[in-house]
Design a protein around this ligand. Structure first.
Ligand code: PGA
Length: 251
């Protein structure tokens, strides 16, 4: 059966020393505790190796926030999936709306990134979600379905089974405006039925679908109590242990 996962997305915050200190503090806070979800932190590239070396990665998994769409070679400034895997990171966040909007990531480049991530043993946390205008014009289901289909539906069922999805309505990210628990459940159930149509009910039931967008200690319990919400991708509230731990413990 699918896993519950609470994953932090630090985005472009914390210098190396601050990041290692935060990761260690989280690792300590989780020591000796039994939590009902897997815990992951998504750090900037330069933090990955230092963070992975400073914590017990079986307790706190480490994620990159992006990877290159090329295997290796003359791509100045890029970081490959193989390099990420060599740091001890086990996950990679792909297709975040900030990368789609500000860095023009397309369904095609994301398809390459997913393939390379999987080939290097990384678990993609693949983000999808509509902008406000699309929700207001009731296109949100269509938009999310086509984001999933365009980048992921060429995968064989065995490979799709290794993907974690994160539904992040763009209007809820960093805005303090969370989707209601009902809106999250409605979309997550729709996503699961979309997966069932393509890959069958077993694969759909085994896929973890996280919610992201202004999730915090006060709304996590209600969001996570929905049958199709399997955890969260947490931005702002993952930057301090006293804000992140209550979300982990909301399961
Ligand atoms: P937020 O970000 O929790 O700060 O809204 C979530 C995300 O973008 O992953």
């Amino acid at each position: 059966m699918r896993k519950n996962i609470v994953a932090g997305n630090w985005k472009m915050n914390k210098n190396l020393q601050e990041g290692i200190a935060l990761a260690k503090e989280l690792n300590e806070a989780l020591k000796g505790k039994t939590v009902k979800c897997d815990v992951v932190i998504g750090t900037p590239y330069i933090h990955l190796a230092g963070v992975a070396d400073s914590i017990d990665t079986s307790r706190v998994g480490v994620a990159a926030q992006n990877c290159a769409d090329k295997e290796l070679g003359a791509y100045t400034g890029e970081v490959s999936a193989a390099m990420i895997a060599s740091t001890g990171a086990k996950y990679v966040i792909l297709g975040h709306s900030e990368r789609r909007a500000y860095y023009h990531e397309t369904a095609e480049t994301l398809k390459e990134k997913v393939t390379l991530a999987l080939a290097n043993g990384l678990t993609p946390i693949f983000c999808i979600g509509e902008v406000l205008e699309e929700r207001e014009s009731e296109k949100h289901f269509e938009v999310v379905k086509s984001q999933i289909a365009a980048s992921l539906f060429d995968l064989a069922s065995e490979d799709f089974g290794k993907i974690v999805l994160a539904y992040e309505p763009v209007w809820a990210i960093g805005t303090g405006k969370t989707a209601t628990a009902a809106q999250a459940q409605e979309m997550h159930a729709f996503i699961r039925s979309t997966l069932a149509e393509k890959y069958g009910q077993v694969v759909a039931d085994n896929t973890s679908i996280l919610y992201g967008g202004s999730a915090n200690a006060s709304n996590a319990k209600e969001l996570f109590s929905n049958p199709d919400v399997d955890g969260g991708l947490i931005g702002g509230a993952s930057l301090a242990v006293d804000k992140f731990m209550p979300i982990i413990e909301a399961f």
